[in-house]
Structures are given as structure tokens and as C-alpha cells.
Design a protein around this ligand. Sequence first.
Ligand code: ZN
Ligand code: ZN
Length: 440
Amino acid sequence: MGFQAVRGTTDLLPDEVARWSAVEHTARRLSRLYGYREIRTPIIEEAGLFLRSVGETTDIIQKEMFRFEDRGGHDLVLRPEATASVVRAYLEHHLHKTEGFAKLFYLGPMFRAERPQAGRFRQFHQFGVEAIGSGSAWVDVEAILLCAQILRACGLPAALPSQPTGAAQAGVAGATVWLASMGCRADQKRSAEALRKRLSPHRAKLCKECQARFDKNVFRVLDCKNPSCRAIAWETPGSPFLLCDACAAHFDEVRRGVREAGVAFDDTKVFARGLDYYTRTVFEVRVQGLGAQDAVAAGGRYDHLVEELGGPPLGAVGFAAGIERLLMALKQGAAEAPSPARRGVYLAVAQAALLGDGFRLVHRLRERGVAALMDYDGKSLKAQLREADKLGCRLVAILGEAERTQGAMTLKDLEQGSQQTVALDAFVEEAAKQAKATCH
Ligand SMILES: [Zn+2]
Ligand SMILES: [Zn+2]
């Protein structure tokens, strides 16, 4: 037995890549539609960046980071998430001075050094957006709408149904948007005290990790992986977050904007985003049936992160969606994607002596921007025709000795089932017209 992919990592074979590309293309196209521009940051960062931003008491920092020392003794990590990296790049390249408000999106792999389990991978992939430099509630609204539009365009079943009447209801059987406000830092301090007070009679019943989190970051109990902890934390209905007037007004604006845009949400769920940097708006898109890992996208506002990473005090908001989870959600609701239209030309040669002539034609087709394939190993004509069909080619051109001497080619259209003879000189132009396979 040879080598295998490392546990918790996955090879994507070409059929699978086609599904990924469709999601990536949709995410890019719609992000640009909303005025976001792509940013690419390295997958290696200094460990300190995440210690400072994500929070020392989080699971990510305590047990999930791929952390290592390089030969120069630098404390490095494979990025566990991208928000901190994007903010670092924003500051490092002075976008706060040159652009001020910047709307950025990214796609790429993230890493967690945890034991792989269903729906969790050591290398996983996210797309996400970060709008840095504004505290406006409209930016939150925009991020939520973009997230909803991307998921819907990807075909998430019953994704975030429109409510033409403007009624705020949870989505039915499929995706649901959970929306909450965690308030500002002062609100969080008050809320934490209140939550500690409420939970303290049950403290002994919480899991070991929650016991440890209790004093440092009690909100972590709200999203503990342990259902019994969540049951205790969620016992009292209503949000555990006490909002000041300004935060309450901000949250009202967000809710009104999302509701008026026709995206349904549920603002009655008790939840918190697990990372330390969140303030005010937080949201998750959850899909039933994905088990414990049922959030396909999540995000929120982080009004202090830019400052905490050494920049000016600037508000920001963003979200990230997990591509593996989204594809899992699509699979369980699917409606198999329709098979793609036939494209390109397969050039079949009747005998091996014609390989050179065939290859020259294939090359001319490709130079003309037409996808073209042929067999190089002297397969029988029948086998070549079978292969053309299997590969999804639109046209098969047959080059035989008779065709060559007569200066004509037989062109079969596999979609229409028709057949015609074209002059050899006109073959490339004719095939290009019919194959509908100009590559971009
Ligand atoms: Zn507040
Ligand atoms: Zn717990």
C-alpha cells in the first residue's frame, strides 16, 4: 500500500472540482456585484495574530491551531480563519489611509489541528467577505443579504425564503438565518455578569471546559459542543445580551433592513459567536440535518479588532461560509445538477498513420479557442467514438485515408445525432461554429 492523503484532508477529483468551481464562481460573481474586491493572503501567519484577535480562551487557540516553529524559531500557524489575516493585510498595506472603507472577499483553505470528525476537516475551505471601516447598520444588512444571495444562487434547498409581506419568520425545512446582537463591550460585560449569575446554580452540571470558561468567557457556554451545557444555557428564553440604547437602535436598523429586503430570519435563538472579537450583530445560516455542525455560514460585526491589531478605531463586519458544509447541504437536498451541455471536438483518426495530420488539426482548433481532444495511442475507431461520447464532446470529426484524399471530413454532432461532410479547408471554421466550445 502506497501513500494516502493525510487524515482530515481530501483530494478533489475532477468531477468534484466542477461542483466546487460552480460555488466559487457564484461567490466571486455576487461578491463583486455588491462591490467587494478579492484579496489573497498567505496561509501562514504569526501565531500572535490569532492569539490577539480570536481570543486565548477559544477552542481554536487552546487546541485547534496548526502551530509550529520554523527553523528561525518564529511561532507560526496555518491560518485557522481569515478575518484576522485580512485585517492584518488591510493595516499592513495602509488601506485605512488609501481606501478608508474597504470591501474585501476571499476564498481559500483554512486549517484546524483537531481530530477529524463528520463535517470537520483539518484542511477546509471558506469563502468570506470583510467590510472594514464602517459602523453603519446598512453594512451589516448588506453582508447578510449577500450571504443569503450567494447561498440561494448555489441552490441551497429552501434557502432563506422571501417573505413578500415582510413578516419575519424562520426559513422552512432548509436554511435558517439566526440573527442576534451581542452588544458593545460594555454591554457584554454586563451581560456576562448576568449570565454568570443565572448559570451559577447549575455550574456543577456544566462540562469541564465550560467550568474553566465560566469566569473568563461565559458566553462560550452558549455554543458549547456539549448539548447538556447548551440545554442549561438556553433554559431561559430570550437573548442573554443586554443592549444599551445605541446597540438596541443599531440592531433594530439591521433587522428592519434585512426584513424589508425579504430575507427571513429568526431573532429568538439564544446563541453567541465563539470568537472574542465579535460585537453587536452576529448571524449564522443553519441547515437542518447537518448534525452538530449545521452552520454553513456565519459572521458578524467586530468593532474593535482593527484597533486591537494596531490600527485606528474602525468598525467592521464580515462572514465566512464553509464550502465543504455548503456542498454537503446541497447534496442532502439535491436535485442532481443537470448534466452539462456537450462541448468541444473529438478528432478521431481511422488509422495510426494519420495521427500527425489529426494532431495538426487539433492544434489549429485549440489555437482558434475550440476545446479539442484526440487519442494518441492508436485505439480503434469504435473505441475513439465511445470515448468522445464518454468525455461529453459535442462533435466528432473523423479523419480517414478517403477523407484525406478527397479533402473532406465527416462531422458528427453527438447532441443532435446528425452528420455532415465538410471540406478539409473549411473544417476548423465549421467546427468552431458548431462546437460552441470557445474557451475563455
Ligand atoms: Zn451597547
Ligand atoms: Zn460545556
